[in-house]
Design a protein around this ligand. Structure first.
Ligand SMILES: Cc1cc2nc3c(=O)[nH]c(=O)nc-3n(C[C@H](O)[C@H](O)[C@H](O)COP(=O)(O)OP(=O)(O)OC[C@H]3O[C@@H](n4cnc5c(N)ncnc54)[C@H](O)[C@@H]3O)c2cc1C
Length: 407
């Protein structure tokens, strides 16, 4: 039967793909946290994978930069079996065009495989899986690298599973049920975290449109996974790659200035954030939040949709609050105050990622099915329009009692 023939062919071919490649990001000589989180998850997945499939595939960290050799040992202590690094002055700052080409070169380089896994050198074609950070650099880079490698990408992932799946699909399998092995199931939260989407990057096994898609690649939300414990006794292979830099590229960074954020969340003890729950009366509700925050000495944060300015409000409030610098979450700032007060926001996973290290969380929301309830130490069920005036009133009363007593 033709399907089983193509199934057999694909099964053999699939072993052309090996290892998890993790693309490392660093800033001012330090590895950024999401990178260690990705390495940790790659380590866990690969350990299970090797046990289940009786193989010896590896976690391979890929680092580009200038003077980056010193980072490589650390990557091994955090879970990499091998590190491939490209060290060049032109790689000092991330430039998407250049980095895309070099990562794609590394991903297809069989010579490197000789040093990392000689047993796979002859058959190796491309990585099996590839992880990037879901931040500004990684989101862009993941899309261009995977395009360069002729494969697919799932973005903003926060759960990963490797499994064998029986798939029946009109086009991909020509309607037959076919077993796909070692599939990376990539989960991402959609619709504010109320729905999970599972994304699979599957080969076309239908002989009429036969095509393979590897690596199976994704970008990973910062904070979604935990790094493994640092183990200085871990051993790994460190391989230098001499990049072939295309000097005809039009982009050159002559100077670079890091723009500091206008809001300093690092030192504040209380953060009050609001979301689309302000919708019934945005102007009035922001003023309520503002008054409340001023009373308790809090800095104000927002959810991402508010930075897109969805409501008609006065210029003064708009330019002060509906700005990207106030976004808390994967697309904005990470905060870890003693007290985080979440007002009228649902608690999407991208938002949670930016505030989950707060000591105490209080939320105000009429919907007890909102995911923010799971993060809350105290959940006040109610509309902000009703709850905030009571809180403001009570705090004012307490404050006047305190000040009368101290007088
Ligand atoms: C790639 C990507 C990155 C993202 N990055 C971020 C990020 O960094 N930060 C971020 O915040 N989001 C981010 N998001 C968006 C995120 O997925 C959610 O869509 C967003 O956080 C939801 O915002 P919200 O909670 O304000 O709105 P909603 O999800 O609409 O929630 C509004 C909440 O208000 C409550 N409510 C309604 N009326 C009232 C009332 N009168 N009083 C009090 N509560 C009320 C509702 O019950 C609801 O829980 C990202 C999304 C993507 C795809």
């Amino acid at each position: 039967m033709s399907v089983s023939v193509s199934q057999e062919k694909t099964k053999n071919d699939i072993e052309k793909y090996r290892h998890i490649y993790v693309i490392i990001e660093h800033f001012e000589g330090k590895i950024i946290p999401v990178t260690l989180e990705m390495l940790g998850e790659a380590r866990r997945l690969m350990d299970e994978f090797n046990q289940k499939y009786n193989s010896s595939e590896k976690v391979v960290a890929v680092v580009l930069g200038y003077n980056v050799r010193q980072l490589c040992n650390d990557l091994v202590t955090y879970g990499a079996d091998s590190v491939i690094y490209a060290d060049h002055e032109e790689l000092k700052y991330p430039i998407n065009d250049i980095d895309t080409k070099i990562i794609a070169q590394i991903a297809k380089d069989a010579e490197i495989m000789k040093k990392i896994s000689p047993e796979y050198e002859k058959t190796f074609v491309k990585p099996r899986y590839m992880f990037f950070a879901a931040d500004n650099i990684g989101r862009h880079l993941s899309s261009t690298v995977l395009a360069e490698l002729d494969s697919g990408l799932a973005s903003d992932i926060n759960k990963l599973v490797i499994s064998d799946l029986d798939i029946r699909h009109e086009h991909k399998t020509k309607g037959q049920s076919i077993r796909y092995e070692k599939v990376l199931e990539m989960y991402r939260p959609d619709f504010s975290g109320f729905l999970w989407t599972t994304i699979l990057c599957l080969d076309n096994k239908n002989p009429e449109i036969f095509r393979e898609y590897h690596p199976q690649g994704c970008s990973i939300i910062p904070g979604a996974f935990k790094p493994i414990e640092k183990d200085s006794s871990r051993k790994g292979t460190i391989v230098e790659y001499s990049p072939n830099i295309d000097h005809n590229l039009k982009i050159k960074i002559l100077n670079r200035r890091v723009i500091k954020k206008t809001i300093d969340y690092e030192t504040c003890k209380i953060v009050v954030s609001f979301g689309r729950g302000i919708k019934d009366n945005p102007e009035q509700n922001i003023k309520l939040v503002e008054e409340f925050a001023e009373l308790i000495g809090a800095e104000i944060g927002i959810t991402l949709p508010l930075s897109k300015k969805p409501y008609q409000i006065s210029q003064q409030l708009d330019s002060k609050y509906m700005i990207v610098d106030r976004v808390i979450g994967t697309s904005g700032s990470n905060v870890m105050p003693s007290l985080y007060i979440a007002i009228g926001l649902s608690g999407a996973v991208q938002h949670i990622s930016g505030m989950k290290d707060s000591e105490v969380v209080i939320s105000i929301n009429p919907d007890e099915n909102s995911p923010i309830i799971d993060e809350s130490d105290i959940f006040i069920k109610g509309r902000m329009e009703d709850v905030l005036p009571i809180l403001i009133d009570q705090i004012k009363k307490q404050m006047s009692t305190v000040s009368i007593r101290s007088n």
